[in-house]
Ligand binder design. Structure first.
Ligand code: NAD
Length: 305
């Protein structure tokens, strides 16, 4: 049963201080919350300490005394493990603690997790984010929050410290469903932009011209606006969002469609394409390196023709 909203200087534990978790924790510190964090990586813990938070190796130590626990971990399997696996922290948490899973987890896993936490008196909402590292840093993330309305309201000051557009999407798991669908649309748009770049270049168009024209025309999308020039055409490929994580999100979206009995074609095709790219590129490839994968497919086809 939710009580009043969680406001500064309440203690928030952030489990997972990676590309996204660290800047989100910094936003919470900036808003006046007391922030405890945990991460497996020493470098991540040191960065939180330098930013004014208190870092711990173990999630249990970070969670002690926290009004809310944010998980910002690679996937829902790891979230479940941290909470309910061997040495999981949930059993030791006081009743009424709120867990906010801001990772991009699978919605069907999330509904199961909420059901398993309920007998312990622990509430769960899913509140995944969109906007990437840049918007995590400036606190303008889009946040899609699923779960009981009173719990989403209780979390509102916490979410408002990290995001500008906060949507209550419905029951538990609905935020995670929405996040997977968003990343499907985003990834399909990035593939389309990369393919247009490959074809246009081959025809002799200048890469910058291709992007400028798309951005002034109906082909414009988030990738043409914020990814193609700084991360793809420049050759930097350093957006801060890994290709492996995007491939995971696309598989969640395709599985969701399958789970609902929908045989729509492109969602599965896009998930398969990114899974192949994950298998072919280096493990820590940035998601914008899908361009390299597409370029290599073409190079290999030409070589074997
Ligand atoms: P990341 O790999 O940079 O960070 C994950 C962090 O979790 C790492 O620092 C890792 O050491 C830590 N970790 C892993 N297992 C742990 C455990 N058992 N206990 C404590 N710490 C553990 O990933 P990220 O890019 O920050 O993404 C985090 C989540 O946010 C993912 O679910 C991702 O899909 C989602 N997401 C990422 C972006 C982005 O642009 N990077 C944008 C939106 C959503």
């Amino acid at each position: 049963m939710a009580t009043s909203s969680i406001s500064p200087p309440a203690t928030i534990a952030v489990i997972g201080l990676g590309q996204m978790g660290l800047p989100m924790a910094k936003r919470l510190i900036g808003a006046g919350f007391t922030v405890h964090g945990a991460d497996l990586a020493e470098v991540a813990r040191a960065a939180l300490t330098a930013a004014g938070g208190k870092a711990f190796t173990g999630a249990a130590e970070a969670a002690a005394g926290a009004a809310a626990i944010i998980t910002m971990l690679p996937n829902g399997r790891i979230v479940r493990d941290v909470l309910l696996g061997d040495g999981g922290i949930a059993k030791a948490l006081p009743k009424g603690t709120l867990i906010i899973d801001m990772s991009s987890s699978a919605p069907t896993d999330t509904t199961g997790l909420a059901a398993d936490l309920a007998p312990l008196g622990i509430a769960l909402i899913d509140a995944p984010v969109s906007g990437g590292v840049r918007r995590a840093v400036d606190g303008s993330l889009a946040i899609m929050a699923g779960g009981p309305q009173d719990e989403v309201e209780r979390a509102h000051p916490v979410l408002a410290a990290m995001g500008k557009s906060i949507f209550a999407t419905g029951p538990i798991g609905s935020g995670h469903a929405m996040k997977a669908l968003n990343n499907y649309v985003s990834a399909a748009g990035l593939v389309a932009a990369c393919e247009a770049l490959l074809v246009g270049r081959q025809f002799g168009l200048a890469p910058e011209t291709i992007v400028d024209v798309l951005n002034a025309s109906t082909g414009r999308n988030n990738s043409t606006e914020v990814k193609m020039k700084p991360f793809v055409i420049s050759g930097a490929f350093n957006s801060g969002f890994s290709l492996a994580l995007m491939a995971k999100d696309l598989r969640i979206a395709a599985d969701l469609a399958g789970h609902l009995g929908l045989g729509i074609p492109q969602i599965a095709a896009v998930a398969d394409l990114w899974e192949k790219a994950r298998g072919s590129l280096k493990a820590d490839a940035d998601h914008t390196e899908i361009y390299r994968f597409l370029a290599d497919i073409d190079a290999n086809r030409t070589a074997t023709a």
